[in-house]
Each structure stands twice: as C-alpha cells, then as structure tokens.
Design a protein around this ligand. Sequence first.
Ligand code: XMP
Length: 317
Amino acid sequence: DWTPASFIEDTVSQLKAKIGDDQVVLGLSGGVDSTVTAVLLSEAIGDNLHCIFVNNGLLRKNEFENVLKQYEGMGLNVTGVDASDRFLDQLAGKKDPEEKRKIIGRVFIEVFDHEAMRIKDVNWLAQGTIYPDVIESVSVNGPSATIKSHHNVGGLPDFMKLKIVEPMNTLFKDEVRRVGKELGIADELLGRHPFPGPGLAIRILGDITQEKVEILQEVDHIFIEGLKEHGLYDDVWQAGAILLPVQSVGVMGDERTYEQVVALRAVESTDGMTADWVHLPYTFLAEISNKIINRVRGVNRVVYDISSKPPATIEWE
Ligand code: XMP
C-alpha cells in the first residue's frame, strides 16, 4: 500500500543508490513541488544538493526574503540570487504577454545557468516535475516548468546537459502535499496557492515598471493577508490581483483623482484546467476594497472578476 512514509523510504534509498556522491542542482520557486523535491533530495544526499532560488523581481511582497529564510530554516543548502534589475531591464517597454513570458524564461535560464555552472562537479539537475506535468507536458508553475517549456528554444543551456532526476514524477498534487507533511514541511508552505512562473508580470497588463510592481505587490498583499485573516485562504484555490492599464476618475476630499484600477480574482478549481470564481462575502470584499484604496497610492478603484474558466482564463494575460 502506498503511504507517504513508504514512498519517502523507498525514494530516499533509490536516490542514494542512483546519485551516490554526485552533486545535484535544483531550482526552487517557493512553491510546493520544488520545495518537497528539495527536502526529499536533501534527506538522501544532504548538502550535495545545491538549491538556487532566483528573485525575478516579480514575486509577491517580501516573498524572496521570507521564503529564503524559510528554506534556510529547513536546513536546505540554498543560494538566493537577486536578479530583479536584470529581469525588469529586459522587460522594459514590452507589452505583449507571450513576449513577456519568453523574456522571463530566457533571463531565468541565463541566471540559473550561470549559478548552476559555478557548482563544482555538478552532474545532475533535479526537477519538481509531478505526474500531471508528465501527462500534460505543458503548463504549469515554477522554474522546472519554465525550463521544460523553454529548453527547446535555441541551443541547450549548459545545465540542461546534466542528467535529470525527477523523484516525484509519479505523484499527484495531493500526494505531494502528504509527502511534504510527512517530511515535516510547514502547512503554511504546503497550502500555498499556485503562483505562475512569470509572477506579477502577467498580472500587470501592458508594460512593466518597478513602480507598477510595487503598487501591485501592496494590493496583492492586502488581499492575500485579508483572506488569511478571515479564514478564507484555504477555501480558495488561487487568488491574486491584476493591475489594469486603465485610469478612472475618483474623488478624494475635494480633489478629483485620475488613477489606476485593480481587479481582484479568486477562483476555486481542482487542477486549474477549469475554474469558478469564488463567491467571497460582500463584507469581506468591501473591507478589502476600502483598505486598498485608502492605503495604496495610485489606486482609486477596485473591481472583482466574476468570470469562470472557460471561457475566461484564471490569469488575464
Ligand atoms: P490560466 O490563466 O491558463 O492559468 O487559466 C491556469 C494556471 O496556470 C498558471 N499559469 C502559469 N504558470 N507560467 C506558469 O508557470 C505561465 O506562463 C502561466 N500562465 C498561467 C495560472 O496561474 C493558473 O494557476
């Protein structure tokens, strides 16, 4: 019978036999799959696992620092690379969603490749691929997916010439969470909503600037913290905010304002393929809307997305 404990025991001994004293590199994203993969591998090979966590400047508010601290507290051997400026420079002026995705994928590979090749004698690349990724082969979240969807564009980066190890490629998401729990990973990390690899870039419609990133980080933070405070976070499959390329008229004191509009999105889903908007309580939406407009400079209007997938998608870009 499959149990998380038996899976861990078998996988750890297989990984030890397969990898021996070799060095392994892994891209961490802060998400569930890459984190559980890292902890599983570190049980097997300890500090011969080298994790790389890249800040693309498009993460949630304080996410890079917080998640890095969490990883270090878990005893993982992690290098945090802050490449925010490099990503934002390359994205400057770019409006097309697919072009933005391609740039982020390319810069991620450049940064990851550079870091991975600094590790002495590395010969394995670990990926957090799970079973649905194998069968769909497209999608989804995190660096491993970014690598998969981009490695056939142009020449292979050096790290792609490494041997691949994917210890979780037979597991479904709920099994990954159970394995993670058995490994002692905090519920807070295991219960995190999915977050797209290109991050806030695809929630800032149109071109991206540092200022827009900061506005959206504040809005997103108020929304997500609000969901947690009201015990709603775990009822929602994914939530976030979108910065619209629209200004609207408002009034503040006796002054007329002309500022940005943000949309809030919260969906329920099982796999992201179909999704329904969540009927969040009006009182909650009212509180969040007030907080956002009062606290975030540059935003004077909040709307709530009531579209299902299909025909709408979860993200707006
Ligand atoms: P859509 O918008 O297609 O999103 O309904 C379905 C799920 O996929 C995530 N998503 C992405 N994840 N890179 C990713 O790693 C991407 O380019 C990307 N686009 C969408 C989205 O957040 C949702 O969970």
